[in-house]
Design a protein around this ligand. Structure first.
Ligand SMILES: [Zn+2]
Length: 212
């Protein structure tokens, strides 16, 4: 827990709020549920009532799956930032065989957690599937501008949630694309190094598919 100084984006009213900056899923599984429900970093201004989702630099730690995620909260990565965040983690953890990931913001963090809960593919495979799904999608709607897309689980089923300029919708997660990705990019996707912080996102997948 860290106390954070807040300034309301609407009325500039100043306040302080205690924020969760470290989640250990084995100790506080209830925090994961709150995070996925957008309740953990919800802010309501006591002065004007404005409601916002806050961005908080924090660490998500799943010791069972050996996954550790750092949310940079839209800041550029620096060693110093990482070192500050790593102070939240008890030092008895050996992270050398962990999947360590940097994410830009809470929506990206939530996506990684949903991938963990899905449990049938790694985040690297999912990023490739998303890129392949983009390709199919663009064939149907060549003029569409995809602003963003996230893997998610909706009503128990895996989906890709597309955000376009003027609409948002779910596209079915395609198992055969996953099989294709696992077969074709098996080696590359398995090469995401353990014990080293990396960013596995759209850019990562583009570089992989372009052979960079
Ligand atoms: Zn306010």
């Amino acid at each position: 827990m860290s106390t954070i100084n807040l300034s309301c984006p609407v009325c500039q009213h100043k306040s302080q709020k205690d924020m969760i900056t470290y989640i250990d899923t084995s100790k506080n599984p209830e925090l994961v549920g709150k995070l996925l429900m957008n309740e953990l970093y919800f802010f309501e201004c006591s002065n004007c009532g404005a409601k916002r989702q806050l961005e908080v630099q924090m660490v998500f730690h799943d010791p069972e799956e050996k996954v550790l995620l750092i949310n940079l909260a839209n800041q550029d990565y620096t060693e110093k930032l990482k070192d500050n965040l790593m102070k939240y983690i008890p030092s008895n953890f050996d992270l050398s065989d962990y999947d360590l990931r940097l994410v830009r913001n809470i929506p990206e963090l939530v996506e990684k957690i949903q991938i963990l809960q899905f449990g049938k593919a790694s985040d690297s495979i999912i990023e490739i599937v998303k890129l392949l799904t983009d390709g199919l999608f663009m064939k149907q709607k060549p003029d569409a501008q995809i602003l963003n897309r996230f893997f998610t689980i909706a009503k128990g089923a895996p989906k890709i949630y597309y955000i376009l300029e003027d609409e948002q919708f779910f596209v079915d997660y395609n198992d055969s694309l996953q099989e294709f990705a696992e077969e074709k990019y098996k080696k590359a996707a398995k090469e995401t190094p353990k014990g080293e912080f990396i960013t596995v996102n759209q850019k990562w997948a583009v570089n992989l598919l372009e052979g960079k």
